[in-house]
Design a protein around this ligand. Structure first.
Ligand code: MG
Length: 412
């Protein structure tokens, strides 16, 4: 073991070089650098040990995960959360994200976001924030990768149509619950269990605790900090890329954005002499930095006030710990309002959404009258006693936009 003074380190990192794992810890425990030969420990155990040195005590540590529904032997190389991430990346529902609309129809233009590129942007933000807050990057990344799996084709229009259809059968559609259903039941990767058999912390991260707690005033505990920060990363990602896509598509205009406090603040941080396209990218980049900085500072302030010592302290805290300052909340509310009123409901977008809604409804009604048109695996679910509307919902929710547009032409 090698002792290096604290001031030599700005932050925490670990590097594997020539089979030796170098672990640098500036804040955890002694503040010394620990060097250990990776041959001495299995790789997973070495990473878990590193987590215990590097991560905050209130972060989710892979070694103390609540585990999987179906017991599996731990992987020799990867922690539980790293294994979960790999399972998600290799599953079919994840690949289908590239064919699903975020806001613009997925095939409308090469540079517009789809659910997969959105998901990657969320994961990038979540990992960065997690690292800086000494939270579990792997867990934050994995929750990000699964957070939108349950979305229907055609974006929010698809979700509205599906909700309307299920209401007629006494149910409703909620994409977070559908994401959970995909990873717990619908994906099949192993003969040993249904779904992906992900760790409890990933599945729990798919429940929108924040909405449950602070909007419906239930007494359900908070989500982990990793889950909380994915929620916020999701919001930062979609607000900024919707501005970017909206400007590109001519739905949003610079003079309208110029009336927003947050946009003005981002403009002040950005050099003025750039050509317009570069300038817009730079302002959006500044906007993301402003949001992350505020989120980081307020989250640190709340953590320092609450002084949590465990994940349970976070779960039982009276407030979410990953949050904006009240000032930023207010400015962000204005931006959200702008995006909803000037963007999501613009005629061009609504034109696209009508097509999505009618496609989903036609498919649903046709399959309900003629369920023999369902693929074999879904017919098997029907035979096993699953309700018809649920099976049809599962099939349609999994479709990409193009698959739905092709499928609707082939049905009775
Ligand atoms: Mg999202």
């Amino acid at each position: 073991m090698l002792a290096i003074p604290d001031e030599h380190f700005i932050d925490l990192q670990f590097v594997i070089c020539n089979s030796v794992l170098f672990i640098c810890s500036s804040r955890a425990n002694s503040g010394k650098i620990h060097v250990m030969d990776s041959d001495l420990l299995a790789q997973r155990e070495a990473i878990e040990k590193n987590e215990s040195l590097v991560l905050a005590p209130y972060a989710c540590h892979a070694a103390t995960s609540k585990g999987r529904e179906y017991t599996e032997k731990p992987d020799a190389q990867r922690t539980a959360f790293q294994r979960d991430r790999d399972r998600v990346i290799h599953c079919r529902a994840y690949r289908r994200l590239r064919g699903k609309t975020q806001v613009f129809v997925a095939h409308h233009g090469d540079h517009y976001r789809n659910r997969m590129t959105h998901t990657m942007e969320v994961a990038q933000l979540a990992r960065d924030i997690a690292r800086n807050l000494r939270l579990n990057e792997d867990l934050a990344e994995t929750i990000s990768l699964v957070h939108d799996l349950g979305h229907t084709p055609f974006g929010h229009a698809g979700e509205e149509a599906m909700n309307e259809l299920l209401h007629r059968h006494g149910g409703y559609f909620e994409h977070n619950l559908q994401s959970r259903r995909i990873v717990e039941k619908l994906e099949t990767k192993s003969p040993d269990f249904p779904g992906l058999n992900l760790s409890w912390e990933i599945r729990d991260g798919l429940i929108k605790h924040r909405n449950l707690n602070y909007e419906t005033k239930t007494d359900q505990p908070n989500g982990s900090l990793e889950a909380q920060l994915v929620d916020m990363s999701d919001q930062i990602a979609y607000q900024n890329h919707d501005i970017d896509d909206g400007l590109r598509g001519g739905i949003v205009h610079l003079d309208e954005l110029g009336k927003l406090d947050l946009w003005q603040e981002a403009c002040r941080m950005t050099p003025h002499f750039l050509p317009e396209k570069l300038w817009v990218s730079a302002v959006i980049s500044s906007l993301i930095k402003i949001m992350i900085r505020d989120l980081f500072d307020e989250s640190i302030r709340r953590l320092e006030t609450l002084t949590p010592r465990s994940v349970n302290d976070i779960r039982n805290a009276p407030l979410p710990m990953i949050a904006y300052t009240p000032d930023m909340e207010q400015k962000n509310f204005a931006l959200r309002h702008f995006l909803y009123s000037k963007f999501y409901h613009q005629a061009e977008i609504i034109g696209q959404t009508d097509l999505g809604k009618s496609t989903i409804k036609k498919i649903f009604f046709s399959l309900f009258d003629h369920p023999e048109q369902l693929p074999e695996n879904f017919r098997t679910m029907l035979e096993a006693g699953e309700k018809k509307e649920i099976v049809i919902k599962d099939f349609i929710a999994g479709m990409t936009d193009n698959f739905a547009l092709d499928f609707v032409k082939s049905i009775r």
